[in-house]
Design a protein around this ligand. Structure first.
Ligand code: ZN
Length: 353
């Protein structure tokens, strides 16, 4: 490759607008989608390569012709490509799950959903309405069964059979908490939680064999929630899809001992949704083992990192405490980042609730 072309590519990489991947924000991207001209990181380039209409080249490793260099116009274009990105559609960050990056890239480049307002409005992600079969997990351990799901008229409902007159369960969209969870390697399901009038919350999982379809369902429901809430604030706390646009949510494993000093720390699946922190014995359980209703700081609720006197017995050093008027919960995350993210979320809740 001619020395002047190499210099041109270096100059492109140096430009201020090209310091971050156009899709996930990873620093110093050195790949380019030469159909569109944007600069992307190696991971996103791998996803772009899988799309039939896109061609990617490494700015450092590949040989370029002068014509190709002209195509590398850089990320000043990105504003146009994401002009209509809805606020409930949180853009991936470097640590986001691959399926989320993939769905974003397909919607952005193949679907052109975010540069054309009409296209988004016509897709289910934009309408907040959708129907179709999903695998749904029953209350018992292993059973996944096909159920017909419908998001319409501000409700999420599912039917045992497609021609049933009445849904088995119908829940107002505004009352559900929703999250995406990895249930198997690279296989995602929606985790849907809702509160039942006379008992604790119910949690169920539903997924499509096609990951992208699961993600489309997820965003369709977020869009429906957004339409109901009408005004919303999107708060991105980390890469694990905390942003529902309408409500703060987070789930993941934490360790928690029982209330007595000699109690051992047990791994539990935690799910935060709408002022409730629920914990489950296993990730896919239908009912929580316990639920903590969070209140305001003035009522005696507090979250703080570190400080646990159980510190030495905890499985990891990333401990934090949740103080509630009746009891102080000692909790422990597997990584520091996760601990910081939980503390940040719970603090925000205690202030906001
Ligand atoms: Zn990237």
């Amino acid at each position: 490759m001619a020395a002047n072309l190499k210099k041109d590519l270096e100059e492109i990489m140096e430009r201020e607008e090209n310091k971050y991947c156009a899709d996930c924000g990873f620093v110093d991207p050195d790949w380019c989608n030469i159909r569109v001209g944007v600069l992307i990181c190696k991971t996103c380039a791998g996803i772009h390569r899988g799309l039939a209409t896109n061609r990617v080249k490494s700015l450092k490793l590949d040989s370029w012709t002068a014509d190709e260099v002209d195509l590398a116009i850089g990320n000043r274009l990105n504003e146009q490509l994401e002009k209509f990105l809805p606020m409930y559609y949180s853009k991936p960050i470097p640590s986001s799950q691959t399926a989320l990056k993939e769905s974003f890239i397909i919607c952005k480049y193949d679907g052109k959903l975010f540069e054309d307002d009409n296209k988004l409005k016509q897709s289910s992600i934009g309408t907040g309405e959708k129907s179709g079969f999903l695998h749904k997990k029953g209350k018992s351990k292993e059973a996944w069964k096909p159920r017909f799901f419908v998001v319409k008229n501000s409700n999420l409902e599912y039917f045992i059979k497609i021609d049933d007159t009445n849904p088995k369960v119908q829940v107002p969209i505004k009352d559900i908490g929703i999250n995406l969870e990895e249930i198997n390697l690279n296989m995602f399901a929606m985790a849907i939680t809702y509160f039942q009038e006379s008992s604790s919350s119910r949690n169920y999982y539903a997924y499509s064999d096609n990951n992208l379809l699961t993600i489309e369902w997820y965003y369709t429901i977020l869009c429906a929630q957004n339409k109901i809430a009408n005004s919303m604030e999107c708060i991105n706390l980390d890469g694990s899809m905390l942003c529902s646009g309408v409500y703060l949510q987070k789930s993941g494993y934490l360790y928690k001992p029982g209330p007595a000093a000699k109690d051992v720390w047990r791994k539990r699946w935690f799910f935060y949704n709408k002022g409730y922190l629920s914990y489950y014995k296993e990730k896919l359980d239908a009912h929580p083992k316990g639920e903590i209703k969070l209140g305001k700081r003035a009522e005696g609720f507090e979250v703080c990192a570190g400080e646990s006197d159980h510190h030495k017995q905890a499985p990891y050093e990333h401990t934090f405490q949740l103080k509630t008027p009746p009891r102080t919960y000692k909790l422990c995350a597997e990584t520091r980042d996760d601990m910081v993210s939980w503390v940040k979320l719970l603090n925000q809740t205690i202030q906001d609730v």
